[in-house]
Design a protein around this ligand. Structure first.
Ligand SMILES: Nc1ncnc2c1ncn2[C@@H]1O[C@H](COP(=O)(O)OP(=O)(O)OP(=O)(O)O)[C@@H](O)[C@H]1O
Ligand SMILES: [Mg+2]
Length: 305
């Protein structure tokens, strides 16, 4: 653990200047936040989001006499499910790779949606993982290397993105995603303590109904139960710390009706709801890629063990 934290601090403390705003958009970097619910991807020019789902079905005899198979990703996979034999799977569960083939399909789709299929070999791809998924770091790196063949892959604790997108370096992040709620303390960009809480937006929705959050009204009692759990975990975490920190709240959960008000009412301190909760991790990962490539510090970045 020490070695790896030292490597993080070397990379982050020694090679990242204090002004995190001072970077030009770098076209050689893309960030992919492959979440349990949605993939969020960011480049210098655009950002895109789509569901982290992958579908396959057999072609009908009308489409192909030999009956091949059809694959689809994201909203196309969701649409495909009108065919009764469609197999629809989630590529990511609790922030971790659930199905390798499906995961590769969604990250390829991310590169395609960013319009970078042709020059992916020249790109630095920055990806995030939950704090509690450090053991998947090398596996994810190898998988991305093998399947996208980029110039370089960086895998880092995803919630650092929230801090960076808020131009902060020290503070607690409470990121309420689909599969996990991340609670991580960063000291000058070093992840010093954290936990991945299994209750998140999946707790509020049945199966894939979260995809239609505009239409589906979330049960008030479930929101209340979720915020009670999260406020309690936050309070327990805070009791272990030597001082008070700002708490930055991000993730799609921030946009769920009444969730923020309910959480704030139960939290001891005032919470900072971030400006761009859905994209804050991806946007911040992109920013970290810019910072590290401009300082040549990317070799040392690693996940806490
Ligand atoms: N505008 C919105 N209003 C209400 N809910 C929203 C909105 N946008 C997204 N959500 C909800 O946010 C959740 C997804 O959040 P997010 O994209 O942060 O999770 P994730 O990154 O996929 O998951 P994880 O980080 O746990 O792996 C979904 O339940 C979705 O319904
Ligand atoms: Mg997420």
């Amino acid at each position: 653990m020490k070695t790896s934290l030292k490597r993080i601090s070397n990379a982050l403390l020694n090679s990242t200047p204090s002004d995190t705003m001072a970077y030009e958009n770098n076209d050689g970097i893309i960030a992919i936040d492959a979440g349990t619910g949605f993939v969020k991807c960011v480049s210098a020019h655009i950002r895109v989001s789509f569901p982290s789902v992958y579908g396959t079905r057999r072609k009908t005899r009308w489409e192909d006499p030999k009956e091949g198979t059809v694959e689809a990703v994201g909203y196309d996979a969701v649409k495909m499910s009108v065919y009764p034999d469609t197999v629809l799977v989630r590529a990511v569960l609790e922030g971790k790779i659930a199905e390798e083939k499906a995961f590769v399909a969604i990250i390829r789709e991310a590169v395609k949606k960013l319009g970078r299929e042709r020059d992916v070999g020249s790109l630095v791809v920055v990806m995030g993982l939950p704090y509690g998924a450090a053991q998947q770091k090398q596996y994810l790196e190898k998988l991305v290397e093998r399947s996208l063949k980029p110039r370089q892959v960086l895998v880092i604790p995803q919630s650092i993105g929230t801090l960076l997108s808020e131009d902060a370096r020290t503070g607690m992040v409470l990121s309420i995603g689909q599969g996990t709620t991340e609670l991580v303390l960063f000291e000058d960009l070093k992840p010093v303590a954290g936990t991945s809480i299994p209750q998140a937006c999946d707790y509020l929705y049945e199966d894939l109904t979260y995809l239609e959050h505009e239409k589906n009204i979330v049960d008030k009692k479930k929101v209340d139960a979720l915020t009670t759990i999260l406020a309690n975990k936050l309070a327990v975490f805070q009791t272990k710390l030597n001082r008070e920190y700002d708490v930055y709240v991000s993730g799609g959960g921030v946009l769920v009706e009444r969730l923020c008000e309910s959480l704030q009412a139960k939290a001891h301190d005032s919470l900072r709801m971030v400006k761009d909760p859905i994209y804050s991790n991806a946007q911040g990962l992109y920013k970290l890629g810019q910072m590290l490539s401009s300082t040549g510090g990317q070799q040392g970045i690693s996940h806490p063990q």
